[in-house]
Every structure is written in structure tokens, then in C-alpha cells.
Design a protein around this ligand. Structure first.
Ligand code: FES
Length: 641
């Protein structure tokens, strides 16, 4: 870690995931065999990095399956699946009635120098000029500006550019006013006319990755985009392991510094890509789940994990970006999206804002599928929301050969229904290294439809293929034999993997149904399904329906919006009025704690089948399975003859 080498560490060093295996080639380590290392691997020099104490200088080889490759983190979907994906501009038009009116404005001012007859103060002179030229009144001033004010004005020969922000008043108690009471605040002064260079940065702080966009506040264009892994993944894959780590001595500081370091790298990359001077960036907006927001700002998330699950704050006033450690001008403030509850964060609020659901009548299901799946159901009149802990299977966690969606991950899969031989498609078109979440969904859907597995996820051992065999973890299917795999060993999918996927999809599906039931509705009432998030954009809708992850609805009701957090953050940067909408969304949402809901468990158990115990909810899948079964039986019999 200290050398900046990324390796997989799904469990955050608890020793239970076995993803952090490394090969000690030279040097001495404590002779301890971690729980996930076989005797044979131990003999070869393999160790679980997180369980190994270093006793001397070492030479360590990182096996290909333990590497974390960031080359494919920023890939965007080119393949079109069922449903539709909309363009950048179409996306922005999902929100009704927004206009281009950024909170930040720059004005160029020329003033007469002071004389003995007119020796008003420098600040009065500047404010008077702003009033005369632009009709701006009642401007407050950032006190930090005063120190350098006289020097900037004189060096610039009284020709300067003033940057002002529309900000909310602070109440006498020092609390942040959420509604109304805006005023203009002067936050920066630059020599000469810099009005043509006016930028802001928006960020999506995801649990797995961090994304940034640089926006031109004059032309309304997105100038550059950059992304990286959230370096906190080395302390655990999910938000709970991050909270646990934050409670260790110095843990919170490490988590905060690591994500800030990555954001600074992204900011530099954005500036380099768009060839702009970072000094011209005036504002930053970040959307993240509640825990990511806490960690970014250095707030202790301790009580989020303990019943009754309270965050430090849902509405957090803007903070000075440099105080958080961000390497931008001292005048830059960072606005973080408000959250609804401990596990329903600003990323969802931002996505709801960006997708315009809160403005429209159709009953919509909004989902961000992931380890911490977030669900919203509602329309312009009401919204209910819940977070459901689906587990890490969608990110390849808890899967024997699971991995993130990066180089070498099997992401698509077809099965010859007669020979049961696989056809694999990997990210980067290289030899397979493991299986990512979307690949596993496709695989299980194919297995089910070809009768390779039962609705319970058990392999049909009577099929005439050597690929189904008994493995060390039970029955398994060999996706790639060692000679065809990048890891030099067989890549398999096991019944335990399939069971983990069934659990994850059951949690999501039970989440939708429970939320709908809480308002007296059912799946059939849904008029639209909006899928957000990086993982969501790579889902094949038909196959996700086939396994019961998504509800069976006409395909044209599905809409992919990609990164909902960035979309909402961009809109807020471009339109100051949208800030009120973001906060209105938070107040509109009623959070349902699924763990407290008595019907959630029943719905979960009912969904622990492929696609579901109640096939009435999946009539199309049922018909297809029945039809395929007939064809396969006939074809297999013919092939055997
Ligand atoms: S076993 Fe080492 S990080 Fe999980």
C-alpha cells in the first residue's frame, strides 16, 4: 500500500476473502498460513498479504488475479442492450424547467484610481463599480480577500475580475439556512479580465470509484472527465468495512486523506486534459453516499452503524475546499449533496434530481445496483426510499473467481445449448482472469435457460459435459481450463457463487416489492424503471429479468442514466435554482428501514429462486423456459443419438 501498489483486498484485511494473495519471491516473512491459502499454495510461496508480517526486505510478485487494474475503470458502454440509453444532452433535458444560471459569476470591473478628492476605501470603490456597472447591491465580502485587495487593485491598475457566488445566509445561531435568503458574496479578485475562464468541478465519490468532470461555466460544456478507484477500497470493499476501519487509531484520517489524494489527482488530470489553469476553478460539488460524504469531510461515521443509525448531518453547509485538503484556490467552496438517511445518500438525491423523477407523474422505480443497493419509488407527489444490503456479489466479491469489471474479466457469456461448451467475452479481449458481476448475471441466465442449473441454482449433474464436475467447494462448471486462462489455473463458477448471486438479486428484488407494498402498490404498477450507476449501465436487461434481478416489464420502460450522481451535480453547477430542488427531494423522501420491515424477509425468501418462486411475476421468462426446455430436450436427444 505504501508503495502505491494496488491489490485486491475485498474484506479490508480481515483475512476472509483471499483476494490479496501474493507470491514472496525473496526475503523473509512470518511463517503463517492464512485461512485462504492451501497447503500447496503455501509451499509455492503464496501468502495472504493482509495476514503476513514482513521480517526483511522483500521481492513480491503480484499474481494477475490479485492485481487491481484501473485501465478499464472509465470504460463507457458502447454496446446497446434492451431498453435504451440516452445521450448527455438528452440526459440534461430529463429535468424540466432548468435554466443556465450558475451560482458563480465573474464580472470585469474597471475603476478610476483614488485621488485626494475621492479617497473612499478600496473596497467601497470596488463595490460601487459593481453596482454602477452591473446593478449588484448588498454584496458581502469574504474577509480573506481584504488582505490582498489593495495590492491586487493597484498591480492590476484598477482593472480586475470579481468572482461572486450566490450563497445562503447563515442564521444567528450559525446554522445553515436551507431555504431562500440568498445573497451575493465576493470570493475572489483577479487582475485583468479573466471572465472567459470560469470553471467548476463536479465529483462523484463512489465506494469503488471516484469520478470528476470539469465544467465550463460560460459555455455550459463538460470539458473533461477523469476517474480512478477510490483508494479506500484497500481498507475494504463496502461501506461497513470503511466505518470499521475509521474506528481504528488514525483510521478516519487515513481514509479521509486517501480519498482526498485521489480527488487531487483527478483534479490535476482534468486540468491537464482541458489545458486550463486550476486557479480559474471557482467551485466544487460532490455527490456521494452518506458514508463517503462523511469520510471526505473527515466526519466520524461511527453512529451510522449503530442503531438507530444516525449520521452527523444530512444537510452539510459548503466548506472551504482547501480545509478538506483539496488543492484548489482558497476561495473555492465544496458543496456536498444532502442525504436522506444513513444509507440513502447524496448520490441518490443527485440521481433523482438528474433524472427528473420528482417532477413527473409516472410511477418510477429508480435503482442503483451494487453492494449497497439503493432504491427509490415514487413520482412528483411522493417518494419512498430504502437501501438494501445486497452483498458484494455484483462487484465480483464472495465469488470464487470473482473480480471487478476490469481487464480480463468475463463480462459476456454464451452457452452452446447442445454441447454445453462456453463462449466467453472478456473486457479487453484478453485471456480470462475472473468473472465480473455483469458476467455472472449473464452466465446464470444462460445456465438457467439451457437447463444447466435448476431454479434453485443447482447444477444438473446428468448433462453430458465434463465441464460440470465436483470441485473443492462443491459442484462447479469450468468456464476456462488453465491453459486458456490468464491465471494459469481453471476458472470455475461454483454453486456457492450462484447462491451468492441469488442472495444478492433476491435482496434487491425484495427491496422493490417491500417498498411498493409499503405504499399499497405492486410491480405491475410501475410505469418506468431508471437504472443508474456504473454497474447498472453494463447490465443486460433481458438477462437480469431472466434471473429475477429486475422486474419483468416491457423493455421500453427501462432507462439507463449511467452516473446519476455526476448528472445531478452537473445540473446544480449549471443552475443555482436546482439547489432548492435537491433539498426539496430530500424532504419529499420517506426512508423505509428494510431490516425493520416484517414483510421484507418473506419477500426475500420468495425471491431466492431463479427467477422467483412466484412465476406469475415473470410470465415471459416462464414461457421461454418451458419452450427452451422442449427444444433442448429434443436437440440433446438428437445429438446423443
Ligand atoms: S484476505 Fe486479505 S484482504 Fe481479504
Amino acid at each position: 500500500m505504501e508503495a502505491g501498489v494496488y491489490i485486491q483486498a475485498s474484506c479490508g484485511g480481515e483475512g476472509v476473502c483471499g483476494k490479496c494473495k501474493v507470491l514472496i519471491e525473496k526475503g523473509e516473512v512470518e511463517s503463517f498460513r492464512g485461512p485462504k491459502i492451501s497447503a500447496e499454495e503455501f509451499g509455492q510461496g503464496l501468502r495472504q498479504a493482509c495476514q503476513t508480517r514482513i521480517l526483511s526486505d522483500l521481492e513480491v510478485r503480484i499474481p494477475v488475479e490479485s492485481e487491481l487494474d484501473k485501465r478499464f475503470i472509465a470504460r463507457t458502454r458502447e454496446r446497446v442492450v434492451a431498453g435504451r440509453k440516452v445521450s448527455h444532452q438528452e440526459l440534461e433535458s430529463l429535468v424540466l424547467g432548468w435554466c443556465f444560471s450558475p451560482a458563480l459569476r465573474k464580472q470585469y470591473v474597471e475603476m478610476e484610481p483614488p485621488t485626494l478628492k475621492d479617497n473612499r476605501s478600496d473596497l467601497s470603490r470596488l463595490l460601487l463599480a459593481l453596482k454602477k456597472l452591473y446593478g449588484l447591491e448588498g454584496i458581502s465580502v469574504d474577509s480573506r480577500l481584504l488582505k490582498n485587495l489593495p495590492f491586487i487593485l493597484r498591480e492590476a491598475e484598477w482593472r480586475v475580475t470579481a468572482t461572486m457566488v450566490q450563497t445562503r445566509m447563515e442564521s444567528q445561531l450559525g446554522e445553515y439556512q436551507l431555504r431562500g435568503s440568498r445573497r451575493t458574496k465576493l470570493i475572489q479578485l483577479e487582475a485583468g479580465d479573466t471572465t472567459k475562464e470560469h470553471y467548476s468541478i463536479v465529483l462523484d465519490i463512489g465506494t469503488t470509484s471516484v469520478w470528476g468532470q470539469l465544467l465550463d461555466l460560460n459555455s455550459r460544456q463538460t470539458l473533461a472527465e477523469a476517474s480512478d478507484y477510490n483508494p479506500q477500497i484497500r481498507y475494504g470493499d463496502d461501506v461497513i468495512s470503511r466505518i470499521v476501519y475509521s474506528q481504528k487509531p488514525g483510521g478516519l484520517k487515513k481514509l479521509q486523506e486517501s480519498v482526498v489524494g485521489t480527488i487531487n489527482g483527478i483534479v490535476r488530470e482534468l486540468a491537464a486534459k482541458s489545458k486550463i489553469d486550476l486557479a480559474r476553478v471557482s467551485h466544487m460539488t460532490a455527490a456521494g453516499n452518506t458514508i463517503m460524504t462523511h469520510l471526505l469531510l473527515g466526519l466520524d461515521p461511527k453512529y451510522i452503524r449503530e442503531s438507530p443509525y444516525t449520521p452527523v448531518a444530512n444537510f452539510i453547509p459548503p466548506v472551504r475546499a482547501e480545509e478538506v485538503g483539496l488543492e484548489v484556490g482558497e476561495h473555492v467552496h465544496l458543496y456536498t449533496f444532502p442525504s436522506v438517511a444513513s444509507y440513502v445518500g447524496g448520490d441518490i438525491v443527485s440521481g433523482i434530481l438528474g433524472s427528473g423523477i420528482y417532477q413527473r407523474k409516472p410511477l418510477t422505480l429508480y435503482i442503483d445496483i451494487g453492494t449497497n443497493g439503493e432504491i427509490v419509488i415514487g413520482n412528483s407527489e411522493w417518494m419512498v426510499t430504502a437501501a438494501c444490503s445486497a452483498g458484494p456479489a455484483f462487484e465480483g466479491g464472495g465469488i470464487k473467481h470473482g473480480m471487478r469489471a476490469t481487464l480480463g474479466a468475463v463480462e459476456d457469456f454464451r452457452l452452446n445449448p447442445v454441447t454445453f461448451e462456453p463462449m466467453l467475452l472478456t473486457i479487453g479481449m484478453v485471456k480470462p482472469k475472473g468473472i465480473c458481476g455483469s458476467g455472472l448475471i449473464n452466465m446464470v441466465a444462460e445456465f438457467l435457460e439451457a437447463g444447466v442449473i435448476s431454479p434453485k441454482g443447482k447444477f444438473n449433474v446428468d448433462l453430458p459435459t465434463p465441464r460440470i464436475r465436483q470441485g473443492s467447494d462443491g459442484m462447479e462448471y469450468v468456464l476456462a481450463y488453465g491453459e486458456d486462462a490468464a491465471i494459469g489455473a481453471d476458472i470455475v463458477v461454483t454453486e456457492v457463487d450462484i447462491e451468492n448471486l441469488i442472495r444478492a438479486k433476491a435482496a434487491m428484488y425484495a427491496g422493490y416489492v417491500t417498498l411498493l407494498q409499503s405504499v399499497g402498490l405492486a410491480i405491475g404498477n410501475l410505469e418506468q424503471v431508471v437504472i443508474a450507476g456504473a454497474f447498472g449501465s453494463f447490465i443486460d436487461v433481458e438477462r437480469a429479468i431472466a434471473i429475477g434481478l429486475l422486474p419483468e416489464l416491457p423493455l421500453d420502460r427501462f432507462l439507463f442514466i449511467g452516473n446519476g450522481s455526476l448528472l445531478g451535480a452537473r445540473l446544480i453547477s449549471f443552475c443555482n435554482e436546482m439547489l432548492d430542488d435537491g433539498e426539496r427531494i430530500c424532504r419529499m423522501m420517506t426512508n423505509v428501514e428494510l431490516s425493520e420491515s416484517p414483510s421484507f424477509m418473506d419477500n426475500y425468501v420468495a425471491a431466492m429462486f431463479l427467477p422467483h418462486t412466484n412465476l406469475e411475476e415473470f410470465p415471459g421468462v416462464r414461457a421461454r423456459l418451458a419452450e427452451r426446455k422442449e427444444i433442448f430436450t429434443t436437440e440433446t436427444q438428437r445429438a446423443q443419438r
